[in-house]
Design a protein around this ligand. Structure first.
Ligand code: ADP
Ligand code: F6P
Length: 324
């Protein structure tokens, strides 16, 4: 029988993502609309274990929609990956009258949510990560803003790269996922993308393509390198030495995680956040809200975590076909 839920908590966990505030706002306001009380848990699971819990009402989430980051702050918490940490977290929920939690984050955060659900705290995950690397969903909150931020920055680097007839290695975020890199590859008309899922380490091949591009009259070479491959500065040095073309590295870094969220991120975050609160209000637990094949849906956390996602091969092939 579904447990009656009267008070829910909301937390953000893992890397922050633009749009998380819109999701928090939606969770709080929809839960209140459904007659639930809402508490904000600060700093993800770390704040839960420290009992950093605050009451929230509809005005706590006023004027945050357009702000990057997360008003609840976020953290990574090694203690919560242990059985003792998870039991302590569940105990703190019970002590504070928290029957259910919306966890806004990525796969790691959902693993934690699954553990809390097993300990009797109803949990719902909402995918929030700039990396787009949550397999169960076609959309993750923050990706659209991050990729637009990266695209605009790369346009600027391209201007100076062209003026100086240089090669530019531009590193974008994505430790394990190349979605930002591939999308910027398309959107910025890059000469090459190095994706964690695809790069075979063939630097000589890359060097040969750069030399060939120059011979064919290209003024610049924009190479987008995902964080997971990294080493952009030393790569730039080696490419300059091997090609004779001045080469610079630019690491875009955490600027990609900040900034005012795009319309798309605000809207998806609002709908996903509201759906999560409504699932808790219905007594559901151990679910992840997702957007798949044009529809919002929810699925079991373990099922979601067992799914695999990869860069679509046809998209990668099309990217390469468009480089001329
Ligand atoms: P993301 O949620 O973006 O994937 P992380 O992988 O850093 O980010 O995970 C965020 C937090 O979720 C971790 O710091 C930890 O507290 C919690 N977490 C990750 N994996 C587990 C796990 N296997 N069991 C319990 N909690 C976990
Ligand atoms: O938000 C996702 C992400 O950008 C990953 O691509 C990257 O591995 C990670 O965050 C780095 O986060 P931090 O520097 O905060 O540890």
């Amino acid at each position: 029988m579904a447990k009656e839920v009267k008070t829910i908590g909301v937390l953000t966990s893992g890397g922050d993502a633009p749009g998380m505030n819109a999701a928090i706002r939606a969770v709080v306001r929809s839960a209140i609309h459904k007659g639930l009380k809402v508490k904000g848990i600060m700093r993800g699971y770390a704040g839960l274990l420290q009992e950093e819990i605050v009451d929230m009402d509809t005005t706590s989430v006023s004027d945050i929609m357009h702000r990057g980051g997360t008003i609840l702050y976020t953290a990574r918490c090694a203690e919560f990956t242990t059985a003792e940490g998870q039991e302590l977290g569940a105990e703190i929920c019970r002590k504070n009258g928290i029957d259910g939690i919306v966890v806004i984050g990525g796969d790691g955060s959902f693993r934690g949510a699954g553990k809390l659900a097993a300990l009797g705290i109803n949990t719902i995950g909402v995918p929030g990560t700039i990396d787009l690397d949550v397999a169960c969903t076609d959309y993750t909150i923050g990706f659209d803003t991050a990729v637009n931020t990266a695209m605009e920055a790369i346009d600027k680097v391209r201007d100076t790269s062209t003026s100086h007839e240089r090669c530019s290695i531009i590193e974008v975020m994505g430790r394990n996922a190349g979605y930002i890199a591939l999308w910027c590859g398309f959107a910025n008309g890059a000469e090459d993308v190095l994706l964690p899922e695809r790069y075979d380490g063939d630097e000589q091949g890359l060097i040969n393509r750069i030399i060939d591009n120059r011979k064919r009259g290209k003024r610049h070479n924009i190479i987008i390198n995902a964080e997971g491959i990294g080493h952009s500065v030393s790569m730039a040095r080696r490419i300059e030495a091997a090609t004779g073309i001045e080469t610079r590295a630019t690491i875009l870094g955490h600027m990609q995680r900040g900034g005012t969220p795009t319309c798309k991120d605000r809207v998806y975050a609002s709908i996903m956040g509201a759906k999560a609160a409504m699932l808790l209000a219905e007594g559901k637990s151990n679910r992840v809200v997702a957007y798949k094949n044009g529809e919002y849906m929810d699925l079991d956390i373990q099922e979601a975590l067992s799914m695999k996602k990869d860069i679509p091969e046809d998209q990668y092939e099309i990217f390469k076909m468009l480089v001329r």
